[in-house]
Design a protein around this ligand. Structure first.
Ligand SMILES: Nc1ncnc2c1ncn2[C@@H]1O[C@H](COP(=O)(O)OP(=O)(O)OP(=O)(O)O)[C@@H](O)[C@H]1O
Ligand SMILES: [Mg+2]
Length: 316
């Protein structure tokens, strides 16, 4: 099941006043995994929907396996399979029945459809629950069933839109192993995620999108090193102080990252004088600081530093 490549150039898409995509370029080489990383509303699902021919771009071009998504949608649909952000299994029937129906829809004869379903149920560790109604499956089992259904037609190109959302760490690791198995077979994979850790676990290359634009691209390692060696963590006694700290750091020309929700303000230390400047800025304000430390950034912090606070995308 060797897949073709995906080439996207200058893709734009507007929904009313919302610029969902503002000129996205990306490439997934045949047989590789690209992680499309971005926060809520970045435009990930919109890209997946355009590449699935479910949505038309306003401008720009997208070729999937050499076929233009606008001019040759039927060819594109034959080359791909999609696992959407939300599970699409039929809850009323068993896992086995779910796969069988998909196989029949794809034109397999009854015997072949049964065999393919059984093979995938086994591969995805669903053998024991195959006869139970899918509505009673755990989140992880449902995700695996979804993935199994997408593979029935042996697609060369697969899109996975946030495959591990809602899964516990154990189920997530299981799913990752299954996904890695697919790419060993030469499938081309486009995977969206909100987590740098997931991108690093699965993807050789990562494109970070934010508010409809590509803000960074490279290997996970390159992205991590780009934001420098250390993160500064600042804690304050009161939430108001956290905001005051953010304002003071900004006023000093520093760039505190978006997320302060857990009571910690994070900031990448990119230049030599940054730490001293931060100390001065905080000491200058009337701010009660209860914690001040430098740390090696986690992957998710690297991601936060690259993207903005989720906010509105409307242009005036
Ligand atoms: N059909 C639509 N009608 C109106 N606005 C839309 C539509 N589809 C997407 N949008 C808007 O376009 C922007 C990008 O949405 P998209 O679903 O592509 O983001 P995402 O990166 O997949 O986010 P999430 O991580 O939350 O799934 C958002 O502001 C969203 O509200
Ligand atoms: Mg989405």
């Amino acid at each position: 099941m060797n897949g073709g490549d995906i080439r996207v150039e200058g893709l734009t898409k507007r929904f009313g006043k919302v610029h969902a995509l503002r000129g996205v370029d990306l490439e997934v080489r045949a047989g590789t995994v690209l992680g499309l990383l971005g926060p809520n509303g970045a435009g990930k699902t919109t890209i997946v929907r355009i590449l699935s021919t479910l949505e038309r771009p306003d401008s720009g071009r997208a070729l999937v396996g050499g076929h233009d998504v606008v001019r040759e949608p039927h060819m594109v649909r034959q080359a791909i399979a999609v696992v959407g952000q939300y599970a699409t299994v039929d809850k009323g029937v068993s896992g086995r029945e779910n796969l069988y129906v998909v196989a029949r829809l794809l034109g397999l004869r009854p015997r072949a459809a049964r065999a393919r379903s059984a093979e995938l149920l086994e591969l995805f560790g669903l053998g024991a629950v195959a006869g139970r109604a899918a509505g009673g499956y755990s989140g992880g089992q449902r995700r695996r069933l979804d993935l199994a259904a997408s593979l029935i037609g042996r697609p060369g190109i697969l899109y996975l839109d946030e495959p591990s959302t809602g899964l516990d760490p154990h189920s997530r690791k299981e799913l990752w192993d299954l996904i890695r198995g697919l790419t060993d077979d030469g499938m081309t994979l486009l995977l969206t995620t909100q987590h740098m850790e997931e991108a690093e676990a699965l993807a050789g290359d990562v494109v970070v999108v934010d508010r409809g634009r590509v803000v960074a691209a490279g290997t996970p390692k390159e992205l991590r090193s780009r934001i420098g060696g250390q993160m500064l963590h600042v804690r304050t006694a009161a939430t108001a102080d956290l905001e005051a700290a953010r304002t003071a750091l900004r006023a000093a020309g520093l760039a505190p990252a978006g997320d302060g929700e857990d009571g910690v303000l994070r900031m990448p230390l990119t230049r030599d004088g940054d730490l001293t400047a931060a100390l001065k800025a905080l000491a200058g304000g009337d701010i009660v600081v209860t914690g001040f430390e430098t740390r090696t950034p986690s992957l998710d912090e690297a991601f936060l530093a690259l993207t903005s606070v989720p906010g509105d995308q409307e242009d005036p």
